[in-house]
Every structure is written in structure tokens, then in C-alpha cells.
Design a protein around this ligand. Structure first.
Ligand code: ZN
Length: 423
């Protein structure tokens, strides 16, 4: 049997893996043993997908601040640990990995079923060279894509990282130019930062730097912002949905019309968002994932805090993995007069206007959304822009919100660009 046929057979049914994970967690993880005990449930009672809802959900609050809480193996088997990167001093989430998780689980086919595509539905080939400008320290992103690309796809990877003493953006650009990097993997804000730095140091994108594609992970990105990044980098930009707790959740294919669920890595469901003021369309809710690729610290029905819907219609690319439409993280919804509106919707609208900097932030109070943009615009220009945006947003969001523009003096230094300012 060919390797591909073998893998296809092994990975055809994700549900049997969910059952396996439930058995493993119940037998070996104290956290899940207790959780299932409280739910008065035995894993053998999960016989079909319809039974899944009987498995209790796992929340971030349950696992944060407990580095070893989920373990199914002795601590000595753990060979890598990543931690949540938020700047808050609150309890951190730690995700430990065994070598089996990294070198077997982490290299499994990306999707399963008839359209089996090892290991990524990416337009990245083994002959290509990837410039990986995702963070390698603390965060899981740099190493996650490093392994998938280097060991899974077989590409060459240049680990440049995302800022820091050794990886200043100017150096990354020089390396990319010298090595003629074929693809760039980074975050949306850092992709913009690198493009601006390229202009500053005199590199011409499309000539000195001409990646065949740019892949964005780690931060949300609206269609409008993506179009801007495509214009800056003069190439296609694709979006990835990942989380520290789950790893890869979904990735775009060449169609750029929704992200294919990484069915080899996670079993995804949508549950009601449980928040009546969230302004969500029918079928949209919170993405819940059961992690299939990591066995040393399993997660069953984990509430990701990511809001989206799942679409199971055929995609012209041929992959039969369903696609996720992503609306943003739960905390990326602004409270505007008692209704929560996705900041990605606002971003999508305002990014179409050429006068708006991509280094913007928003804040909401009562019925008013305030947009903060870098200094330098005259008050007439601001008034003109305010009128245009207000009209656009009222039309798009069917809301009577009012809109203000103020200036900020923040300068991006490589951190996650915080687009929502607290009131
Ligand atoms: Zn597709």
C-alpha cells in the first residue's frame, strides 16, 4: 500500500479519533477523569457524533495557571512547552508537548477524506524557501510552522523570527533579498511593518523582494486589511487560523474564500456564543475544537473564544474539508450601544478608504465608536473622513452609531498591534 493510501485509510474518520482521545483522557489525565466523573459519563457512551454534546466543554479558565494539569504522560516525557503571550499579568496558559506530539502528531496530513492533502493545502512546494518571520520564543507559532514546512512539506526554512536583538526587520529584509525567499510567513502587523521598512531602506517590493505568497497567522485580519497587505507586497496573501491551545485550526486555499478546517489536527464544532448582545448571523457561534494531534496534553471540546461559522459546500480547490468563516476573537467585538460589533467588520469598511492608516485603534463608549489614527491629518481632512466612515458604517452595520476620529502617537515596535483600546 502506498504511503498516501495508508494515511488516507487511517485518517478517513475523525470521529474515531475523538473517541480515542476521550478514552485516553479519561484513562490517563486526572483533569479529564474528574471532569467526566462529574458529568457522570464514560467514554464508551460516546458512540456517535450525536453523543458528542454530552462531553463537557473545556474552558480557558479551567486550564490556565496549571502547566501540568492536562498531562497524560509523566512530566519527564515532555520536551517542549509554549505559553500564552498576552501582556497581562493574569494566569498564563501552558501547553506541553512530548516528542511524539511534535514528530508524529505534528506531521500528520492536514486534511482528511477523499481530498487528502499532505501536509498542507498550501501553494508552498518542497523546492521553495520560506522566510519564517513568526515569533519563535514563548509563542508556538514560529516552531509550529517551522516543523510543518520543513519536516512536513520539505521546504527550506529561514528562521528569522519576529523582532528582537537578532532579528531586526532590516536584517530580515536583507536575508530575504540575499536568499531570494519564495514565501513569507508572519503576522499581519509585522507584514505591514516589514513592507514599510523595505521602503525606508530602499528595497523595491516586486523587484528586490518578490515573494510568491505571504501567509498571515497570529492576529485577525479583515478582507480589507488583507487587500492592503497584498498591494504592499504585490502578491497573494493567505490567512491561517491557529491557537496556542489547539495548533492549526484552519487555513485558506488558493480560492481565498474561507479557511479549510485542518481536519487532520482538530475536530471542530460551532456552539451558540452564549452572549445575547453579540450581533451574530444565524449559524455563527463559538468555535469549539477537540485536539487530535497532541496526546500528552489532550483538549476535548475546547472553547477557543474564536467566533465563526462552518460551511460544508464544495470548494473549487477540490479539498472536501469544510471551511470556516471567521468573525474575530470574542474580545474583538466592540460594545456599541448594547450591541457587539466585530472590529473586523469595522476594519473591512474603513480600510477601503485611502486616507486611513493601517496603524489605527478603536474604542467604543455608549453609542460612539472612536477611531484613533496617527498624527498628521488636518482637522478638515479628519472631518471629511469622519463623514465618509460614519455613512459607510451606518449603511453596512444598519446601526445608528456615531463616529469620532482622534489622533494617537503610538509607534509600532514589533508587538501585537492592539486594535481595540479599553474604554
Ligand atoms: Zn478550497
Amino acid at each position: 500500500m502506498s504511503e498516501s493510501a495508508f494515511l488516507r485509510e487511517q485518517f478517513v474518520n475523525p470521529f474515531t479519533e475523538v473517541q480515542e482521545i476521550a478514552f485516553l483522557a479519561y484513562g490517563c489525565s486526572e483533569f479529564y477523569r474528574e471532569k467526566l466523573h462529574q458529568a457522570k459519563l464514560k467514554p464508551e457512551e460516546i458512540r456517535s457524533i450525536a453523543d458528542l454534546s454530552r462531553l463537557p466543554l473545556t474552558t480557558r479558565e479551567e486550564i490556565q495557571g496549571k502547566p501540568w494539569g492536562l498531562l497524560t504522560v509523566p512530566k519527564s516525557r515532555i520536551c517542549q512547552i509554549h505559553a500564552s503571550t498576552s501582556l497581562s499579568k493574569g494566569p498564563r496558559v501552558y501547553i506541553p508537548f512530548s516528542d511524539d506530539d511534535l514528530y508524529r502528531g505534528g506531521l500528520r496530513p492536514f486534511t482528511r477524506g477523499a481530498s487528502f492533502s499532505p501536509p498542507l493545502p498550501m501553494l508552498v512546494s518542497e523546492k521553495d524557501l520560506v522566510i519564517n518571520a513568526l515569533p519563535y520564543e514563548v509563542s508556538h507559532l514560529g516552531l509550529l510552522f517551522h516543523r510543518i514546512l520543513q519536516d512536513g512539506v520539505g521546504t527550506g526554512v529561514v528562521p528569522v523570527g519576529k523582532g528582537g536583538f537578532y532579528s531586526a526587520p532590516e536584517k530580515t529584509l536583507q536575508i530575504m533579498k540575499d536568499l531570494k525567499g519564495d514565501h513569507l510567513f508572519t503576522t499581519p502587523a509585522y507584514a505591514i511593518h516589514l513592507a514599510e521598512k523595505a521602503w525606508e531602506v530602499g528595497y523595491e517590493i516586486g523587484k528586490d523582494l518578490k515573494p510568491k505568497s505571504v501567509w498571515l497567522a497570529g492576529e485577525s485580519c479583515s478582507p480589507g486589511l488583507r487587500r492592503r497587505i497584498e498591494a504592499m507586497w504585490k502578491t497573494d496573501v493567505f490567512l491561517c487560523l491557529t491557537s496556542l491551545e489547539c495548533g492549526p485550526i484552519a487555513l485558506e486555499c488558493g480560492e481565498k474564500n474561507g479557511m479549510h478546517i485542518s481536519t487532520g489536527y482538530v475536530f471542530a464544532e460551532i456552539i451558540p456564543a452564549d452572549d445575547p448582545v453579540l450581533k451574530l448571523a444565524e449559524g455563527v457561534g463559538e468555535i469549539v475544537a477537540t485536539v487530535l494531534w497532541r496526546r500528552s496534553s489532550p483538549l476535548i471540546r475546547y472553547r477557543t473564544g474564536l467566533i465563526g461559522s462552518i460551511e460544508d459546500t464544495a470548494c473549487p480547490c477540490g479539498l472536501d474539508s469544510p471551511r470556516i468563516r471567521f468573525w474575530g476573537r470574542r474580545e474583538e467585538f466592540l460594545d456599541v450601544g448594547g450591541i457587539r460589533i466585530s472590529v473586523l467588520e469595522i476594519e473591512d469598511s474603513v480600510m477601503e478608504l485611502s486616507g486611513i492608516s493601517h496603524w489605527y485603534s478603536v474604542r467604543s463608549a455608549d453609542n460612539t465608536v472612536t477611531l484613533f489614527i496617527p498624527t498628521g491629518m488636518s482637522s478638515e481632512q479628519r472631518d471629511d473622513l469622519k463623514g465618509k466612515i460614519e455613512e459607510k458604517l451606518r449603511k453596512q452595520l444598519r446601526s445608528s452609531l456615531s463616529f469620532e476620529i482622534q489622533e494617537h502617537a503610538r509607534v509600532y515596535k514589533g508587538e501585537d498591534w492592539d486594535r481595540i483600546l479599553s474604554s
